[in-house]
Design a protein around this ligand. Structure first.
Ligand code: BES
Ligand code: MN
Ligand code: ZN
Length: 496
């Protein structure tokens, strides 16, 4: 069973004519049938409307009905998605309905389907947006983790292809959808892989695979020796307690003929975070395999960019290491001299993310970034603040913060801004070094951002804390791949 990477196609036949295993349509509550739903109703001699009136079709938001063998309609089945009140049907509800449809298709016998969901008006977004978003949401819901768990005999295969009712003029939206979907899958799969497989070296190999797949991509991998030459003592310290040595992974994508300044994405790639000598409690420690979620998302966004062949230059840097307690591990009290020359007193070895990032950020300066964006599962405080619904966005550059927040809205992969005021900086004061690596209990996500700001002094820089957004716990536990959506939309917007 191969998950994800569905084939997307366009089909401009009318809905009742489409010969598919499952036709997906949406219906608003207490509203006349529109578009494909109206066409299906006409072709079936009013059967659809009757089912709505009898209550057999539930038009409440997120409620669903599966119809079989409707006379006059070529499709074997029709999946009717309730869309609720049209006034409340914004982009977020739209995305939820598409994801729900995808989940149902995923667990159903159908091997292909046809979606008309992009016909459902959302008030603020146009048809191209709706087509792209529906394709990405349906594809994301089609994903199932199988790398280390074989599917059961009764499990259905995921959808192999999905078609949409639209003309060729919407092809571009579908090409973007394919790139974004690919990025999400890449990120999710990396996030879900166990830490004994997904090591720093594994991430480096993934980058090499991407290099092989695209002509205008090149990769460079730095190991301990190379890092020592560059004086990356902070990154080295975090990795020094592990047998799985650290890697600095640099992926370069050239999408323009000129040497225009690249966008640089930096990802935190802690493939497992035990906390080090400041050991974490045992309960839920296994979740710290997601501590490379930032790295996964910047690699995913990079792959999406290469897949779409966006006309921009992009560099993705991953600071990959494993944070382990060991006889060689770094310890509280250590003072590290970062690549920038600034010294750091380690008060807690569990605040390791900022240590690997600071050296990667200093390294990034050689690329003269047009914008530098780091993405990291940096703080538990971020999960407390925003839960699993939003990434925290921090920047002293209002325009950059706005661009990222807008991209998050477009992707329905939202961010929310936190301040980086000077006032918080004093929490990082140290008697023995230029700064401490922790800022105490108050505003933990912000003081982590403040720490990083000291390594991006003259840069147009933003920090995204994806600690809550990149993974979900509970029933459908696992990686979400986020914030690939936010990042890819940002890149697409830069290319326009
Ligand atoms: N990777 C964690 C942050 C994290 C915790 C992400 C829980 C998702 C869920 C990070 O390395 C960490 O341990 N941060 C510490 C910082 C503290 C020691 C200042 C934290 O948040 O407790
Ligand atoms: Mn930690
Ligand atoms: Zn961590």
């Amino acid at each position: 069973m191969k998950s994800g990477i569905m084939k997307f196609t366009l089909n401009n036949k009318t809905a009742p004519q489409i010969d598919t295993e499952c036709l997906v349509i949406g219906i608003f509550e207490d509203s006349p049938l529109q578009g494909s739903a109206a066409a299906v109703d006409r072709a079936s001699d009013g059967a659809l409307q009757k089912l709505v009136e009898s209550g057999d079709i539930d038009t409440n938001w997120k409620h669903t009905t599966l119809l079989h063998g409707l006379a006059g309609v070529a499709a074997k089945r029709i999946l009717v998605m309730g869309c609720g009140e049209p006034e409340k049907f914004g982009p977020v509800r739209f995305d939820t309905v598409c994801a729900k449809a995808g989940a149902l298709l995923r667990d159903h016998a159908a091997s292909e389907a046809h979606s008309c969901l992009h016909e459902m008006e959302t008030g603020t977004r146009d048809a191209d947006w709706r087509l792209r978003q529906s394709a990405v949401a349906l594809d994301r819901a089609n994903y199932k983790y199988t790398a280390t768990k074989a599917p059961k005999a009764h499990d259905h295969d995921p959808l192999a292809s999905l078609s949409f009712s639209a003309g060729d003029d919407m092809q571009a939206a579908l090409v973007e959808a394919k790139g974004i979907a690919k990025g999400y899958i890449c990120s999710r799969e990396l996030g879900n892989l166990p830490p004994n497989i997904c090591t720093p070296a594994y991430l480096a190999n993934k980058a090499r695979e991407i290099e092989t797949a695209y002509e205008n991509v090149s990769v460079e991998i730095l190991k301990r020796k190379d890092m020592a030459k560059l004086k990356m003592s902070a990154l080295l310290a975090v990795g020094q307690g592990s047998a799985n040595g650290p890697r600095l992974i640099i992926l370069t994508y050239k999408g323009t003929d000129d040497d225009s300044r690249p966008i640089v994405l930096v990802g935190k790639g802690i493939t497992f975070d035990t906390g080090g000598i400041s050991l974490k409690p045992g309960l839920h420690m296994e979740q710290m395999k997601f501590d490379m979620g930032g790295a996964a998302s910047v690699i995913g966004a990079f792959e999406a960019c290469a897949d779409m062949q966006l006309p921009i230059n992009l560099v993705t840097i991953v600071a990959a290491a494993e944070n382990m307690p060991d006889g060689k591990a770094y310890r509280p009290g250590d003072v590290l001299t970062s690549m920038s020359g600034q010294t750091i007193e380690v008060l807690n070895t569990d605040a390791e993310g900022r240590l690997v990032l600071c050296d990667a950020m200093t390294y990034s300066q050689r690329f003269n970034p047009a914008a530098l964006i780091d993405v990291a599962t940096l703080t538990g405080a971020c999960v407390i603040t925003l839960g699993h619904h939003a990434s925290a966005v921090m920047s002293k550059h209002d325009d950059l913060a706005e661009e990222l927040l807008e991209s998050g809205q477009e992707a329905v992969d939202r961010g929310w801004r936190l301040p980086l005021w000077e006032d918080y900086q004093s929490q990082l004061k140290s008697t023995f070094a230029d700064m401490k690596n922790v800022g105490g209990m108050p505003a933990g996500s912000i003081t982590a951002g403040c720490f990083l700001s000291r390594y991006a002094k003259d840069q147009r820089w933003a920090h995204i804390d994806c600690a809550g957004s990149t993974w979900k716990w509970g029933g459908d536990e696992g990686s979400t791949g986020r914030p690939v959506g936010l990042l890819t939309h940002y890149l697409i917007n830069q290319a326009r």
